[in-house]
Structures are given as C-alpha cells and as structure tokens.
Design a binder for this molecule. Sequence first.
Ligand SMILES: [Zn+2]
Length: 307
Amino acid sequence: MRHALSRKVLAAVFAVSAGGCAHLLPGAASPEGGSRGRPGTGWLAHGSRLPDRGPGFEALRTEAEGGLHFGTDRLVGMVRRVARAMNRDGVPVPLKVGDLSALLGGQVTRHHSHRNGRDVDLIFFTRDAAADRPVVAPGFVRYDRNGDSVGAPTPLRFDLARNWRLVETVLQAPDVAVIRVFCAAWIKTLLLDHARRSGAAPWLVERAELVLAQPGDSAPHDDHFHVRIACTPGERVLGCSDGGPLWPWLDKDWDKSDAAPMDDETLVSLMDEIPPGFEHGPPVVAEASAKPAPAMCASVSDELVCR
Ligand SMILES: [Zn+2]
C-alpha cells in the first residue's frame, strides 16, 4: 500500500513535470514537516511545537494539561509572529492560544478538525466590563451581539479594538495563507462595524468580510477565533486539501521559499514518515464526524469547548 501511495504521489509529481512546470515543484514537502489530508481527516508530518508560553502569548492549556501544541512550521510561526505583533501595543495581556493539533495530527478530542496542523484556536481578547480595562481571557467566554459576556462570573466585554487588530494582523501574516477565520456572524458584524468606524484600510475590511465566517457545520464560535491556513503547494502535491477558499490575493502572498524541487528519494523518505496507523492513508472517518454532534460543543469543567 505504501508503494501504491508512493507511486501515486510520484505520478502526480511527474504529471506536473511533464507539463513543463518542474520549477513549480515545491520544497514544502521537505523533511521539516507538513500537512497531509483534510483538516477533518488528515495528519501531520514532522510538526513544530508551540511552547506553553512565549513573547505575547500563553497556551490556554499547557501540554501537561492536555493542550494540543503541534502544527506545521508555518502555523506555529504565524502564532508566534502575531503574538509578538500584538504585544507591541504595550497592553500586558497575552494572546491566549487554544489547541493546534496533536504531535502526529490525526483525531483528537474536543475538535472535528485540527487534524493536520493548519488549525489553531485564538481566544478573544477581553475587558473587565466594570473597570473597562483589558484583562487576561479566563478561557472560552461567549459574547452576545452587543459584545457582552454570556454567563461569565465577572461581566466581561469583547475587546473590539484588540480583537480587530488581531484579525488585521492574522490577515497580513507573512509566509502563510490564511483562508478562514471562523467566528460567529454577530462577532463578525461587531468587528467589521468597528473597523469601518475606526477608519481601517478598505482592502483589509474587504478581506476580513470574506475570510471571517461562521462555520456552517459546528457551533457558531462566539467564544474564540478558529484560524485555518492553506496547504502549501508542496503539501498539496502530497495530498493536502485546503478545507477553505483559496482567495485571489493568496498567490502573491506566498514566499518563494517553496521553489526547491523534490527528488524521488525525498518523496520516498516522506512516505516513510507516515506515522503508525496511517500506513493505509487517513483513517476512515465516521459519518458523524462530517457533521459534528451537539455533544462536540459542550461544557468541559468550567469551559465551553467546541470545535
Ligand atoms: Zn478550532
């Protein structure tokens, strides 16, 4: 089966070569790692690890607490850069980062996607409602269409300015192609209204209008952003499937770092890196996973945990 898979991949590569586009063959399928399959059924080869904390960010759950900290190099790099950028405003409130993927990707509890290293949850920035000052998000806090917390022990307000800046920063993150920022429709409305009122660049507002989206197949995401980046061209050759629209502006956003061609040996060694249990390709996913059961978005301890 492994040989069959190798042949299939090689055939795909040769097909591209035969078309005279060998220079487009990507090096993203390099031993550094990459995303394989779909966000809801795939896995992760040679993932990078996001530490429990770093400049401008803190994991919502440390690895010891069961947090999922692995992603592709690009995803982990994006989280670090975005956190550093947010940190520059001098507000001593870190970005709380939720789950990425497991070490080898694959199925995880709490999520239907997050399987191939290209998804990350970013917890909304928040403010103490009474004191009207930024505070560290205590976890998954839901917000209504006025931006007021729902059910939080201490009333909180959705931090419009910082959350919009986070969206702006994510949308402009270099070397990644952000294809989706999932959040509830009313959160999107709050953010876009704020952006227009505060004179944000029209092209950014336009992008945000397209990229921000309430997922149609899971909870509305009124307590965090779920950011998904695209496959690299190299990952696509190896069967990575984006799981979202490839926006027209993404092409020019790609760095030229993926230009190194792969040879057969590299491809075969990549095949050898398929983790145990995945030798026959991504595991078959039960029908229920395609349409998340309501139980997948539930209170665990004192947090609302969703996809
Ligand atoms: Zn998520």
